[in-house]
Ligand binder design. Sequence first.
Ligand code: SF4
Ligand code: SF4
Length: 310
Amino acid sequence: MKENDAVGLSSLIFNIVHGSTVDGWGVRTTVFLKGCPLRCLWCCNPEGQKKYAELKYTADDCNGCGNCVPACPKKAISMTPGRDAKALIDRELCDNCMICADSCYVGALASFSKQYTVNELFSEIERDQGYFGEDGGVTVGGGEATLYPDFTLALIEKCRKAYIHTALDTCGYVTTETGMKCLEEADLVLYDVKGLDPDTHVRGTGVSNELILKNLRYRDSLGKEIIIRLPLIPGYTDSRENIAREAELISGLKSVKRVDIIPFHKYAEIKYRQLGWPLPYVFGEDFPEAREKSVLEVFLKAGINAQIGG
Ligand code: SF4
Ligand code: SF4
């Protein structure tokens, strides 16, 4: 892609983490693109699922001033009764226009995302170059960054020209030619594997794992670095059989440098509330620590470089 072709490309970004140490090698800047083809029941970034802007409402920050009620053209906001009144959002009526956010001086109403061009995002990344050192760089994730293949590829290419190490954090459900190019071009790929049983995978994520595993083998065949991420989700990915099958699969891959075991945790609960979504039923307890260790043992015994966490 020519430099000028990238100028007009833009994407919704729902988070930029500066100084991350959990998204690949070294110290990194991680950008999260909004939109994902999967609907994992345990999703820890639910605000990254939809491709459009969504209203974020933090009830704890609401002071009950009521400014937002008349501001909403859809009459989607009312106030709870009583002395500790709070705004209530009717998500059926709300069309995410964000007009109310301007009337909320305490920031209880805001957008979950912001539109960036490739160049704007690159400028943010460039400012962080001081802490990248030899190992660090940029990680492009989401959501699923390959849903915006032209944007992601342009960003990867721009970083490469500036000698910035690139990592792609992907669910592997890559369906386009340019998306596959992103998978090829990133210096490192962080690749999610969400279980090997096909039916359980569909129940847990909404899609088949066939394409995901095919794309994993393709990236592996290129001989370019992969870190595999294995979420440990009770009832979905934590059976002995699944863990053994994952260890067997990974033992047969040549480009996997590390396996990160990611136990389920509940820290995303707040985001579901901010979106006005019900909590998925898997949000019961955090994954037991003792079981994390026994899962780790399986990989270590198979000679795989593995760790708990990213
Ligand atoms: S985002 Fe728009 S429609 Fe939704 S509550 Fe705010 S003003 Fe109303
Ligand atoms: S404007 Fe903000 S602080 Fe005031 S009622 Fe609405 S959400 Fe609450």
